[in-house]
Ligand binder design. Structure first.
Ligand code: PBG
Length: 327
């Protein structure tokens, strides 16, 4: 008899396929990144991310309600301030756009969802870098690692104070997780968690995000974000973040970095997140808008791939919409 083995038997019916599926995605696995901007009277669409907007404080709360009702696991907040300066002083101002939004969401939802804050300066600095600049001994302007970490500490404390359950350092400065953890503990925020963007690559896929936050960056982030050529470095970064006390780690972007995600997931003893970034969203949206791919099938397959590679949590701009479909 030929063939001896018939793997197709396990694919014969939808019920059989459902029974043997190894990977599933449920709404609680999805986290919705949201943008809140200062000085808007109405939400402002982001051209390269159809369906995603910069929210006002009011529309943010409404959209958050929809996402939470759909069952998403959490919300990740980004702020778009009206004014920016060299040190990103809006980032740790309790009246700054992001901290006000965090406070509003926490008072609205209490502990009914997980409120996460992006802890990074790039939206708040006038030069658009994720850190502050200084001159080294040779007079060259650099992103100053240690001064930047101090700013992240101030920002994380302000976010914890505002009510964030999770602070998420995403600037790839050395020592950022440990410094934030000890400052949170010292200020009696021992229950505020740290989600470390451990393996964050200098990716072309962040293009639409720069529009989303009105980034003023000139140049690139290659002196702090990882080189796409390197996988080993991701393990080093992850180990350091775990040693410094990260409660969760993240790989970013997701779909072009599934190999890295798998290795990080094998290494990590904490929950692993992956960020399906703006460029991933834009590419799928654009192809679907042209009728070149099946949009919903593509979105669900992308989640399956990211989860199969090892992500417990997927940050995606489709979180609310997909959660409603998955329920
Ligand atoms: C930094 C940050 C960025 C993104 C998330 N956090 C931008 C960057 O590193 O340039 C990108 C997310 C996306 O592209 O969807 N605050």
């Amino acid at each position: 008899m030929y063939p001896d083995h018939r793997p197709r038997r396990l694919r014969t019916t939808p019920a059989m396929r459902r029974l043997v599926a190894e990977t599933t995605t449920t709404p609680r696995n999805l986290v919705l990144p949201m943008f809140v901007a200062e000085g808007l009277s109405d939400p402002r669409p982001i051209a390269a991310m159809p369906g995603v907007v910069q929210h006002t404080q009011d529309t943010l709360v409404r959209a958050a309600h929809d996402a939470v009702a759909a069952g998403v696991g959490g919300l990740m907040l980004f702020g778009v301030p009206e004014r920016r300066d060299a040190t990103g002083s809006g980032a740790d101002d309790p009246d700054g756009v992001l901290n006000r939004a965090l406070a509003a969401l926490r008072s609205e939802f209490g502990d009914d969802t997980v409120i996460m804050a992006d802890t990074c300066l790039d939206e708040f600095t006038d030069h658009g870098h994720c850190g502050v600049l200084s001159r080294d001994a040779n007079g060259r302007e650099r992103i100053d690692n240690d001064l930047t970490v101090q700013r992240y500490v101030d920002m994380a404390l302000a976010q914890a104070e505002a009510g964030a359950h999770v602070v998420s350092p995403s600037g790839m400065m050395d020592g950022q997780v440990g410094a934030i953890r000890s400052a949170l503990d010292a200020a009696n925020f021992r229950h505020t968690s740290v989600l470390a963007y451990s393996a964050k690559y200098a990716s072309a896929l962040y293009g639409p995000f720069r529009e989303a936050v009105g980034s003023t960056l000139v140049g690139d982030r290659k002196t702090y974000q990882q080189d796409p050529a390197n996988a080993r470095e991701a393990l080093r970064e992850t180990r350091l973040d775990l040693a410094e006390g990260a409660d969760m780690v993240m790989v970013k972007p997701a779909m072009l970095y599934l190999d890295v995600l798998r290795e990080v997931a094998a290494e990590a003893t904490v929950p692993v997140a992956a960020y399906q970034v703006s460029g991933e969203y834009a590419m799928i949206s654009a192809a679907a808008a042209n009728g070149w791919i099946d949009r919903d099938a593509m979105i669900l397959e992308s989640f399956t791939a990211i989860r199969r590679a090892g992500a417990d949590i997927v940050l995606t701009y489709w979180a609310a919409e997909a959660a409603a479909i998955l329920r």
